[in-house]
Design a protein around this ligand. Structure first.
Ligand code: GGG
Length: 363
């Protein structure tokens, strides 16, 4: 009980539209279960660059630090900040939040709803039984390694990015994956790397093996990232927990989102070790980006944002019954045949962002 403090950072493109629908559901949860959710909104991404001169201000960072959780929309996709000469990228907001708040574990569950098995490009018989969790390392790897720059040489420009991982960074994310696997049915961890090419992956593999020895109750395997990409669409139901580095995790989950029917269906939780009075501090966001091509048109699917809210209720506020109520409401609306445009199928009713949010809140 008590007041729950949530920082709300809607961001750019479709971020504000989908976040509005998640907040609508949150309001309903508060009324239904008798909770007070204190939400405070702030700018991030291109919106913040324009109004405050940076992708995320120190004041917004402080707001996040003082909150129990962060509900994040999406950033980026604004062309004037994407050129090679742009000094500050909207995505910097996310990277600063992840790094400074030490949110190293990004949980991306992929559990296709039964009624959506036909919405996927894969055959329902291949999807049957799919219930996997990608644990993406979020504060290391090529996203953060230095040097990272475009530089002048006597022979023209060259560019460098650095894929760097310490033993400690690998160990904590792999251990997180094993701990999560213990609470799941299949009890299996697949560690994904590119150990036939990359030194960072060879260290990853060595550390993962050492950690695996502490979990004899969990089935463990290594898989090269290229093979994993193939098997995700060949035999998705054979996976349980997939643990991998930052960029591989980003790419594999865009692919895996199609198992659930659309990018608009996958939520995520970014967690560290910090505990608040209510649970584990975290940032929650749909895995999709800002989708500028459909922004402001009431077309975006708000379900990834609403399911991210369910993860927030579960992990940061320890409100399990409330989280399940939100997930059931989403399933109920899907079962009733309502879809946003990204999930078009014969015999379903297409609704906009706003209508989908209203239906889920009512359910
Ligand atoms: N809601 C996720 C989002 O805004 N993604 C934009 C992005 O560029 N993210 C970088 C990343 O997660 O790798």
């Amino acid at each position: 009980m008590g007041t729950y403090k949530i920082a709300v950072l809607p961001g750019d493109g479709i971020g504000p539209e989908v976040t509005t629908q998640a907040l609508r559901v949150l309001e309903r949860v508060g009324a239904r279960f008798g909770h007070t959710f204190q939400t405070t909104q702030a700018l991030v991404g291109a919106a913040a660059i324009e109004a405050e001169g940076d992708a995320i201000s120190d004041a917004t960072m402080a707001l996040c630090q003082e909150s129990d959780a962060i509900l994040f929309g999406a950033v980026g996709g604004v062309s004037r900040y994407e050129g090679p000469n742009s000094k500050v990228q909207p995505e910097r907001a996310l990277f600063r939040l992840r790094k400074e708040l030490e949110l190293f574990a990004n949980l991306r569950p992929v559990r296709p709803f039964k009624a959506l098995l036909n919405a996927s490009t894969l055959k329902p018989s291949i999807l049957e039984g799919t219930d996997l969790l990608v644990v993406r390392e979020l504060t290391g790897g090529i996203y953060f390694g230095k040097p990272s720059e475009i530089r002048q040489t006597p022979h023209g420009l060259e560019a460098i990015d650095t894929l760097l991982y310490s033993e400690g960074e690998i160990e904590r994310i792999v251990r997180t994956a094993f701990e999560l696997a213990r609470g799941r049915t299949k009890k299996k961890v697949t560690s994904v790397d590119k150990a036939n090419v990359l030194s960072s992956s060879r260290l990853w593999r060595r550390v993962a093996e050492r950690v695996a020895a502490d979990y004899p109750d969990i089935t463990f395997e290594h898989l090269l990232v290229d093979a994993c990409a193939m098997h995700l669409i060949r035999r998705p139901a054979s996976f349980d927990v997939i643990v991998t580095e930052n960029m591989f995790g980003d790419i594999l989950t865009d692919e895996a989102s199609m198992l659930a029917g659309s990018m608009g269906m996958l939520p995520s939780a970014s967690l560290g070790t910090r505990q608040t009075a209510h649970g584990t501090f975290g940032l929650y966001e749909p895995i999709h980006g800002s989708a500028p091509d459909i922004a402001g048109q009431n077309k975006a699917n708000p379900i990834a944002s609403i399911l991210s809210l369910a993860m927030l209720l579960r992990h940061s506020l320890s409100l399990e019954a409330e989280a399940q109520a939100v997930e059931r409401a989403v399933e109920q609306v899907i079962d009733a045949g309502y879809r946003t445009e990204d999930l078009q199928e014969a015999g379903t009713t297409i609704v906009g962002t706003e209508e989908m949010g209203r239906l889920i809140a009512e359910a």
